[in-house]
Ligand binder design. Structure first.
Ligand SMILES: *Cc1c(COP(=O)(O)O)cnc(C)c1O
Length: 379
């Protein structure tokens, strides 16, 4: 029985357990408390923004971001097509319409020319996605946004630790959102964050994330008895203080986790670089990829289903990449975005996480080489 090489794996242990125990002693387990506040300060410092708001997940952070930027019924938001559909869904939650833009064939983020071509009089903003964490073309997207009077948002769900021209992911747009789901680079099981430099947006998002009133922690400081009144139907999008304690530890681990993923990515490149039947993922010279996933593109002559089944039979977990949003029936679209559709059909994610050993990388690389060169893997 061979050991299975998992596709992803969180790095959590004694330090996280100790942090949880410490929160238990404070008695503040619900959200928006002292542990969340400490995490938010540390996260804003890491990302280089003035504000960070801890949220229940990235979807809720996306929803808050779009809402405070003013997206609503009748509006169109241009979205990078190749993404987990939380991005498109969050636009729908505001009543606005997602309009998907095709992506670059090399790094899979929104092609700035496609974004500009998708602008109509109803367009209010651009929601760019950093696929598997590598940042999109923010200089070009910012220029387009400014030229047309649009706002710019970054779905940085997978981007913790990434950089673009030396600037951290999360600081590249008006608002950015992160995910701390178990499959992301740093995790509390579930969780997310909204970051921004704009105090007005941060304050509004904070209010909306706790049903539309000031968080209890803010009111606690008051000397009299402030009774809040509700003038907006907000949500409960809080991260619990227990999860925030885990996130404080994860944030301290981030440099080590990134270094381990980088090492594994370099080893894959070394071991598979000559294999003609697969195209390896690229990291552009002006950005740092956090390698949330390692996704290879199979040659069109290969049958991805057979390749995946054979890899799994050898104990190597794998999966498709992410989704071509415009092909999802929920959006009811007749758009044709050939680059994204092609990636959706040919991508294969192979094991990538911070616990991956060099030996496991070799096991995966050998299996990939054997399987894709086998005649039975041809269509
Ligand atoms: C994972 C992911 C999300 C959703 O994150 P949740 O925290 O599960 O809501 C959104 N966008 C992208 C690009 C993702 O990869």
């Amino acid at each position: 029985m061979t050991d299975v090489v998992p596709l992803g794996q969180p790095t959590v242990g004694e330090e996280e357990l100790a942090a949880i125990a410490e929160v238990f002693t404070t008695g503040w387990l619900s959200g928006a408390g002292p542990s969340c506040r400490a995490f938010e300060q540390a996260f804003a410092a890491t990302v280089g923004t003035a504000h960070a708001l801890a949220t229940s997940n990235c979807g809720s952070a996306l929803h808050l971001g779009l809402e405070v930027l003013g997206a609503g019924p009748g509006d169109e938001v241009i979205v990078g097509d190749y993404t987990f559909p939380a991005t498109g869904h969050s636009v729908m939650w505001t009543g606005a319409t997602p309009v998907f833009a095709d992506v670059r064939p090399d790094i899979w983020s929104a092609d700035p020319a496609a974004v500009e071509a998708a602008i109509t009089p109803r367009t209010v903003g651009i929601l760019a996605v950093d696929p598997f964490g590598q940042p999109a073309d923010y200089d070009e997207l910012r220029a387009i946004a400014d030229k047309h009077g649009l706002w710019l948002m970054e779905d940085a769900a997978c981007s913790a630790g990434a950089t673009y021209k030396g600037r951290p992911a999360g600081s590249l747009a008006d608002v950015a959102t992160f995910s701390f789901h178990g499959r992301k680079g740093i995790t509390a099981g579930e969780g997310g964050a909204l970051v921004t430099d704009r105090t007005d947006l941060a304050d509004h998002a904070r209010k909306l994330h706790t049903y539309g009133i000031e968080p209890a922690l803010t009111r606690e400081a008051s000397t009299d008895l402030p009774v809040p009144s509700f003038d907006e139907a907000g949500y409960n999008y809080r991260l619990s203080d227990v999860a925030a304690a885990i996130m404080q530890v994860q944030l301290r681990r981030l440099p080590t986790l990134l270094a381990n993923r980088r090492r594994a990515a370099a080893e894959y490149a070394e071991l598979l670089g000559d294999l003609e039947l697969v195209t390896l993922p690229v990291e552009l010279a002006d950005r740092e990829h956090p390698w949330q996933s390692y996704v290879i593109t199979l040659d069109p002559s290969l049958d991805r289903g057979v390749v995946a089944t054979e890899l799994r039979a050898r104990g190597v977990q794998c999966n498709f990449g992410t989704y071509a949003s415009h092909l999802q029936p929920v959006y009811g679209l007749k758009q044709q975005l050939p680059v994204s559709a092609d990636l959706f059909a040919r991508h294969l994610a192979v094991p990538m996480h911070a616990n991956l050993t060099s030996e496991q990388v070799r096991t995966v690389a050998t299996a990939v080489r054997d399987v894709v060169t086998a005649p039975t893997s041809r269509r």
